[in-house]
Design a protein around this ligand. Sequence first.
Ligand SMILES: *[C@@H]1O[C@H](CO)[C@@H](O)[C@H](O)[C@H]1NC(C)=O
Ligand SMILES: *[C@@H]1O[C@H](CO)[C@@H](O)[C@H](O)[C@H]1NC(C)=O
Ligand SMILES: *[C@@H]1O[C@H](CO)[C@@H](O)[C@H](O)[C@H]1NC(C)=O
Ligand SMILES: *[C@@H]1O[C@H](CO)[C@@H](O)[C@H](O)[C@H]1NC(C)=O
Ligand SMILES: *[C@@H]1O[C@H](CO)[C@@H](O)[C@H](O)[C@H]1NC(C)=O
Ligand SMILES: *[C@@H]1O[C@H](CO)[C@@H](O)[C@H](O)[C@H]1NC(C)=O
Length: 416
Amino acid sequence: MHLKSYLAAAIYGLPALAHAAPSPASGSSSSASSSSSDPHFKTYTIKAENITATLIPYGARLTSLLVPDRDGNEQDVIVGYDDPKTYLHDSETNRTFFGAVVGRYANRIKNGTFSIDGTAYHIPENENGGRDTLHGGSVGYDMRNWTVTSHTDSAITFSLLDQGLENFPGDVISYATFSVSTQKSAENPKGLPQLTTKLVSLALTQKTPIMLANHLYWNLNAFKNPTILNDTLLQLPLSERFIVGDGILIPTGEIGDVDTAYSGALDFTEPKLIGKDIDKTTGLCGTGCTGYDTCWLVDRPAAYGAGDTVVPTVRVASEKTGISLEIATNQAAMQVYTCNGQNGSIATKDSQAKRNKAQDGNPGAAFVNKYGCVVFETEDWIDGINQPQWGRRPYQIAGPDDGPVVNFATYQFGTI
Ligand SMILES: *[C@@H]1O[C@H](CO)[C@@H](O)[C@H](O)[C@H]1NC(C)=O
Ligand SMILES: *[C@@H]1O[C@H](CO)[C@@H](O)[C@H](O)[C@H]1NC(C)=O
Ligand SMILES: *[C@@H]1O[C@H](CO)[C@@H](O)[C@H](O)[C@H]1NC(C)=O
Ligand SMILES: *[C@@H]1O[C@H](CO)[C@@H](O)[C@H](O)[C@H]1NC(C)=O
Ligand SMILES: *[C@@H]1O[C@H](CO)[C@@H](O)[C@H](O)[C@H]1NC(C)=O
Ligand SMILES: *[C@@H]1O[C@H](CO)[C@@H](O)[C@H](O)[C@H]1NC(C)=O
């Protein structure tokens, strides 16, 4: 257990807080926008030098993140909408999960069923004509109105008390904390702009699956290119294995090897352009689909110690803007999705087009195209609750006698 996160869980582990009215901490009111009268879509800003994030309570959602490019110009590297209310419309139509926290259980659950101690549970299947549950069911955490429990200039915490929502067993309280910093530390020796996310959950009454994840869509070229295929380098330094999925991306139980599968297209152990081998992936993201929508395992070398040590799991950089991102996490897997399902029906942010126009005389991509973004979800082995032979159930099922379930990640920005 990451010590800092454990302490946070202990401090925040008070269910009563979930009912607390939003009460921004002193000094923060200036950065909470009053443009929206509906508190669920109110924007909250957190800032440190060279990093500014905007969030809303609806889905505990990150709606923008500004960091400098190699010329020192600010770029928004998060995909989403300028108008917070559009996220509600999105949930009712595309349900992209743009920027949200997903839960109570991220990714897919085969047949919407699982068993704990001999009892079978059934939750709503909201994908593939009722063959599986995606991201927590018909009304997932992405569609919940989280409570703001604290807000300072550089950090915000949302909480959600889930009392058996979507037929999951028992009550779970979760805290989602986002903070930004450029302070030098052992984990950040250069004092780079860093976003830290902590998703801390406690099972209060019954044993239940818990797997929250951030569902952040990135575009490090800030939509200056139509896709991310030809400018964005990706490295998954610790991922030599991946979870094999069937035609609707439900794990078959088999673990694949990046050396051999799809002629090496999944091998990102060294940096590689995302588009380099994408043509070889047909079928990987589902029947007839070309692209990545894949859960890579994070295999910590023995020297790293415990299985939940915080390790660098993703390095990604855009040759166009020079922006680089390194994601480190305590999680055991990394889902990567290359926006194969986007088809140019969603417009990019006006704010982004304006920024691009001012910087380059060209607004950039007007729409979120196929392969126009990439999602990284730090999480555990997907559908591990239905694959007992993987040995992941103890990490994914928690009850009132267990400690907090913590998904910890840092996102460090630099330039190339
Ligand atoms: C912030 O970004 C600017 C422009 O890239 C850079 O000159 C400056 O050193 C950065 N500040 C810190 C604390 O890194
Ligand atoms: C997807 O969302 C966009 C933006 O809200 C909207 O214009 C579009 O109609 C939606 N697509 C579908 C299929 O609903
Ligand atoms: C699928 O779920 C249904 C409940 O909706 C259950 O009756 C059935 O046994 C499940 N099938 C499998 C293969 O688990
Ligand atoms: C969240 O708030 C919005 C706006 O107030 C509302 O339309 C929506 O139904 C709420 N979501 C849930 C799950 O209650
Ligand atoms: C981008 O990469 C894709 C896949 O590698 C390739 O098909 C396409 O021609 C490239 N486009 C440009 C503009 O280079
Ligand atoms: C684009 O995607 C949306 C949402 O998934 C879908 O409803 C629409 O039919 C798609 N449009 C095309 C041209 O494929």
